[in-house]
Unconditional design. Structure first.
Length: 105
């Protein structure tokens, strides 16, 4: 990690002949849930808030919203699961629950 004033940056490091990437979130997640304790941000690497739009797994689906206790399920998928839809939003690819009155969507 490198520090520049108030900002902290993760830096890729090479160990032996391998480059080990240090990502804030588990790939293919671009952004994950972030909290701040004091001046240091902490990330819940497994709770995705936005997927890389250039990755095949670009559809963000939240099965259980994030809670203060750290529980929740949100991940990147190749398409929305059954019972979820993007409602035609082809820009951010966010899957939302289908309306309860719908048999399929």
């Amino acid at each position: 990690m490198e520090e520049d004033g108030d900002n902290t940056y993760l830096v890729d490091q090479q160990e032996g002949n391998e480059l080990i990437p240090h990502l804030k979130c588990f790939a293919p997640c671009q952004y994950c849930y972030q909290t701040k304790k004091g001046k240091k941000p902490e990330f819940d690497k497994s709770y995705c808030t936005q997927c890389w739009q250039t990755h095949p797994l670009k559809y963000l689906q939240t099965d259980k919203p994030w809670k203060k206790d750290g529980s929740g399920e949100s991940t990147c998928l190749g398409a929305c699961s059954k019972g979820f839809t993007t409602n035609g939003d082809h820009k951010l690819h966010v899957c939302t629950n289908c309306h309860e009155s719908c048999e399929t969507c």
